[in-house]
Design a protein around this ligand. Structure first.
Ligand code: AMP
Length: 217
């Protein structure tokens, strides 16, 4: 199966969509945000740096992400396809990613861009809640995506938490980072003829239908 890369502004639903792809196709989901959130819990100089950077909404230094991505993609479970979410996030990372996949003998696969309006994102960011156990994602600002019982995961009964960068202040920086640093990679992949665009202003199910059509073609 082809590899899948997601590009989307913060809270556009790429994590949710990636999980739906995992459920249907069983590909490993590699999210630099998830990996960095784990590192941010470590009591070390690196852990503290990552914690502060994530909370501010800025990007962590490129060099930190390269090693982490290369090590993860080299694992056996990626050999038959994977979903990459949150990387690359700027042109330098896109160029480095080309080198990493060349070294590992992988193809870019499908690059899926989820387009969505800034106002929708603001609404989603403050309502997002995540299960600390199974990582399922909910949104309390949207009835269809709310958990049945407040703060409890429908899937596994785990406790739901709010990311500490899911507030309006961090969102502004994260969105600005996306516009300034990440958007230029869209042209980079359009030129390589691997970019597929999806309108994210729809229900989770409908967005997934469009993504599923792209990846099963
Ligand atoms: P995400 O879960 O994709 O929204 O990422 C959360 C945060 O992790 C971002 O706001 C950045 O601070 C950091 N991050 C994730 N991926 C990268 C990356 N590829 N390069 C630099 N920072 C990243």
């Amino acid at each position: 199966m082809k590899n899948i890369m997601f590009i989307a502004p913060p809270a556009a639903g790429k994590g949710t969509q990636a999980e739906l792809v995992v459920q249907k196709y069983g590909l490993p989901h590699i999210s630099t945000g998830d990996i960095l959130r784990e590192i941010s819990k470590e009591d070390s100089e690196l852990g503290n740096y990552v914690f502060e950077t994530l909370a501010s909404g800025k990007l962590v230094k490129d060099e930190i992400t390269y090693q982490l991505i290369e090590n993860r993609l080299a694992k056996d479970d990626c050999k038959n396809g994977y979903i990459i979410d949150g990387f690359p996030r700027n042109i330098e990372q896109a160029i480095e990613y080309d080198k990493i996949i060349k070294k590992l003998g992988y193809d870019i696969g499908n690059v899926i861009l989820i387009n969505i309006d800034e106002k929708t994102l603001e609404k989603r960011i403050t309502g997002r809640r995540i299960c600390e156990n199974c990582k399922a994602i909910y949104n309390i600002n949207d009835e269809a995506s709310s958990p049945k019982v407040e703060s409890i995961c429908d899937n596994c009964g785990g406790k739901l938490y709010q990311r500490n960068d899911d507030n309006l202040e961090s969102f502004k920086t994260r969105y600005q980072m996306y516009k300034e640093k990440t958007e230029p990679i869209i042209e980079y992949y359009r030129d390589k003829k691997v970019l597929k665009e999806v309108n994210g202003e729809d229900t989770v199910e409908n967005v997934f239908k469009k993504i599923d059509k792209i990846i099963s073609e």
